[in-house]
Structure formats: structure tokens, C-alpha cells
Design a protein around this ligand. Sequence first.
Ligand SMILES: [Cu+2]
Length: 148
Amino acid sequence: MSKVFIIHKKHVQLFVFALLIILLAAAYFTWDKTRPASGQPAKVQTIQLVTGEFSSTTEDGKKLEVYRFDPGSISLRKGEPVELHISGVNGSSHPFVIEGLGIKGEVKKGHTTVVRFTPEQAGTYPIICQVHTDMNNGGPMVGYIEVH
Ligand SMILES: [Cu+2]
């Protein structure tokens, strides 16, 4: 009776020892994995844009005018935070949307509008001025945001 009890106690000791080894190993691997991840700061992709203008006169004296985002296309890496700094130079106001990203804003002359987002999917996202839409209205004022 007592012999059986002693063997059983040794098994319990062995089990506790094995459990301790497993817990130590688990703690070691978890610690090793989280260290490089927490030490890496998020890179912000900062892009500078301005609102510009092309203008011209036809042979019969008609004035042509189009506002634009400059540069007209930008390239971004997906999964990294972005800051667009859009400064208003030509045109008093440009209320805009970025299609596919659910972003709205406005650029005013003499001011810089900052737009922050993190693109999660590759694709082309047009930034469209809602006032300067076509040739009869000083447009089309559109830029293209390429996410790779
Ligand atoms: Cu505009």
C-alpha cells in the first residue's frame, strides 16, 4: 500500500518537473518573438502635393483653364502609415474625396491640408476635386494614388 503511494508521488514530481520545463520553453520562445516586433517604429510615408493650374487661350480668344494636383500621381507602400501634405497654391478652394478610401477634405489657398491613413490594399485610388470636375468647370482636377 505504502509502496504504491511512493511511486505515485515520484510520478507527480516528474510531471511537475516536465511541466516546468515546458513553461520555461514557452516563456523563452514568446519573449524571443516579441522583442524585435516591439522595437520596430512605424515608418510614415510623407508625400508633399500642391494645387496647381494650367491655363491657355485658344486662337479665337477663348480662355482654357484647368486646376490640378501636383504631382498628378503618387506611389505608396501598403500597410505603412501615410501623410499627404496638400498645399493650396492656385484656386481658392478644392473640396476633394479619395475614392475607395472613404476620405474627404478641403484644400484652401495658402493653407496645407494633412490627410492621414494607412492603405491596406493594393490598387489605384483617385483623389478628385468636387468643384473642378470637367473642362467647363476648371477641371478635370484629379490625381492618382497608386498603392503597391
Ligand atoms: Cu479644385
